[in-house]
Design a binder for this molecule. Structure first.
Ligand code: SF4
Length: 335
């Protein structure tokens, strides 16, 4: 899939053009129609579109300011989830967790008040008695976003210089070249999300392929960034054991010894929902159906998770294959 995004139109809050990033985007996308909106949170025209338009809706760029800055406690790789410079994404992973929050409006929104968000991040770090880790990429994919905004070129050196603690973000994209030479002082933990290539091709539509992701994490590690890998989400579809063994073997042969020595793993089993099914059914009629009523709990209009027996079996399998193939790598959690 072509990762060069071509947008159809820009929907913007007029106030965003007073910020440096707003001005930069206005110049960058001068050739597109710019449509003023009252709020990025409710664009009536978008809300009224049918689910079948989901893919096309992602070809619009939404620009505004972030007004809610509430940090949410987290107990995984970070201490807090921090709302940062974007939400949504131009890719179309069929299970994307953002669809639970934004429904069919999971398109990319860029928030131009990054100085304000970074100031707060610096203040929060200083206020704490212990060193905190802030997850800044839980609402979008910042490596992808960076190709449009250069926000990571702003964020990484500034946090390295002024921030206390660490920031971290996961990605499914490989475009890390602009990040390699930045000053990060070891304060930025880079996490690459991986899945078997057949899963990427059929389900993670519009993301980088496995080989590109492996090369990118090798490069980031070589540039001194602390690095981890997420195997996420694990999808228990036909042939999953063979596919995940294949993935681990590709990681073994593709990852540099430097990555293998210092990396950690996070493993997350897929969660799905009625909303995903409804949107995917209309927008991607030929795509694989990720709902498996034998293996999943949840019925009706809610969320669907793998049943405990299926989870336990997957966990045992993955732990034993990871040990057999990758050795004693640290697994932070399987959830
Ligand atoms: Fe969602 Fe991440 Fe996929 Fe983008 S890359 S569609 S944010 S899961």
């Amino acid at each position: 899939m072509d990762l060069n995004m071509k947008f159809d139109a820009v929907y913007f809050e007029p106030g965003s053009l007073t910020y440096p990033l707003g001005k930069q985007l206005k110049e960058q996308f001068a050739a597109l129609p710019w449509i003023p909106i009252e709020s990025h949170n409710s664009i009536k025209e978008m809300q009224e579109k049918p689910n079948s338009e989901f893919g096309r809706m992602k070809r619009n760029l939404i620009i505004g300011t972030r007004k809610t800055h509430k940090y949410v406690e987290n107990h995984k790789v970070s201490d807090y989830l921090v709302p940062y410079t974007s939400s949504g994404c131009t890719a179309m992973c069929l299970y994307c967790y953002l669809v639970c929050n934004y429904n069919k409006c999971a398109y990319l929104r860029l928030f131009v008040n990054r100085e304000q968000m970074m100031d707060r991040l610096v203040r929060q770090g200083k206020k704490s008695e212990r060193e905190l880790t802030f997850e800044i990429g839980s609402n979008s994919d910042l490596v992808l976003e960076n190709t449009i905004t250069n926000n990571l070129l702003y964020t990484i050196p500034r946090f390295a210089e002024e921030g206390t603690g660490k920031i971290t973000f996961p990605t499914k994209f490989h475009m890390v070249e602009p990040l390699l030479g930045l000053s990060h002082r070891g304060k930025v933990i880079f996490r690459m999300s991986v899945n078997p290539q057949p899963v990427i091709e059929r389900i993670e539509l519009g993301t980088s392929n496995l080989k590109q992701r492996i090369d990118a994490v090798n490069e980031m590690c070589e540039a001194g960034y602390p690095c981890g890998l997420l195997i996420a989400p694990v999808i228990l579809m036909d042939g999953w054991r063979t596919m995940y063994t294949g993935l681990l073997e590709e990681l073994k042969s593709g990852l540099s010894s430097k990555v293998k020595k210092q990396m950690f793993l996070e493993i997350i089993l897929m969660t799905y929902s009625y909303v995903h099914r409804a949107i995917n059914g209309d927008a991607f009629p030929g795509a694989v159906d990720l709902y498996d009523k034998e293996l999943m709990t949840g019925r009706g209009r809610g969320r669907y998770c793998y049943r405990n027996e299926a989870r336990e079996e997957a966990e045992l399998f993955l732990r034993s294959e990871i040990r057999r193939i990758l050795g004693d790598v640290q697994i932070l959690y399987i959830s």
